[in-house]
Design a protein around this ligand. Structure first.
Ligand SMILES: Cc1cc2nc3c(=O)[nH]c(=O)nc-3n(C[C@H](O)[C@H](O)[C@H](O)COP(=O)(O)O)c2cc1C
Length: 161
């Protein structure tokens, strides 16, 4: 079976979590669709600002390739910005194609909150008629480890209908 992990990261916490989950998905061949802000802090913020204003021109070629078709399982991992996932999440959902009947998992990373953002993600994927098999909020104020992500990944790996 094939899984696609789509994640957005600015500081590396969501990437680290996504990779830890992937490391235990032994029942799946895993691909990643990473949206990673890089460069100096100011550059990252400028890029984030563009994205939040629905300007995705910088990653347009990558976004054009995203396609759920070959995958059995779609995992979406996002950070939390003001109690919502970044706009890139909505953009991915709009472009990913038909998700009906596919298995899906949503997770987010946050420092203090995250519950509302996770609910938002869940609603968005359910609107696309997925079979939501799991969800998780990774909330840590400072250091985000991989222990919970590995535990979560193992649970996903074992949920085979
Ligand atoms: C602009 C901005 C807004 C944020 N808003 C929230 C928030 O509303 N609630 C929260 O718990 N954390 C918030 N955070 C913290 C991030 O969600 C958290 O650090 C996340 O794990 C970052 O993931 P990343 O390292 O993959 O970019 C915010 C961070 C930034 C930069």
């Amino acid at each position: 079976m094939k899984a696609l992990i789509t994640y957005f990261t600015m500081g590396g916490r969501t990437k680290k979590t996504a990779e830890a989950i992937a490391s235990v998905l032994t029942n799946y061949e895993v691909d990643f669709f990473p949206i990673e802000l890089t460069g100096k802090f100011v550059e990252k913020i400028k890029m984030l600002d563009k994205f939040e204003n629905d300007d995705f021109s910088v990653i347009e070629p990558e976004l054009n390739t995203i396609d759920a078709l070959p995958y059995d399982l779609l995992i979406f991992g996002m950070p939390t910005y003001g109690d919502k996932p970044p706009k890139a999440f909505d953009e991915v959902i709009a472009r990913i194609g038909d998700l009906s009947g596919k298995k899906a998992v949503v997770f987010n990373t946050a420092r203090f909150t995250g519950g509302k953002a996770l609910e938002y993600m869940k609603t968005k994927v359910e609107e696309k008629r997925v079979q939501l098999i799991d969800q998780f909020k990774f909330r840590k104020l400072f250091w985000i480890g991989t222990k919970n992500a590995i535990k979560f990944g193992k649970k996903i790996n074992e949920s085979l209908d």
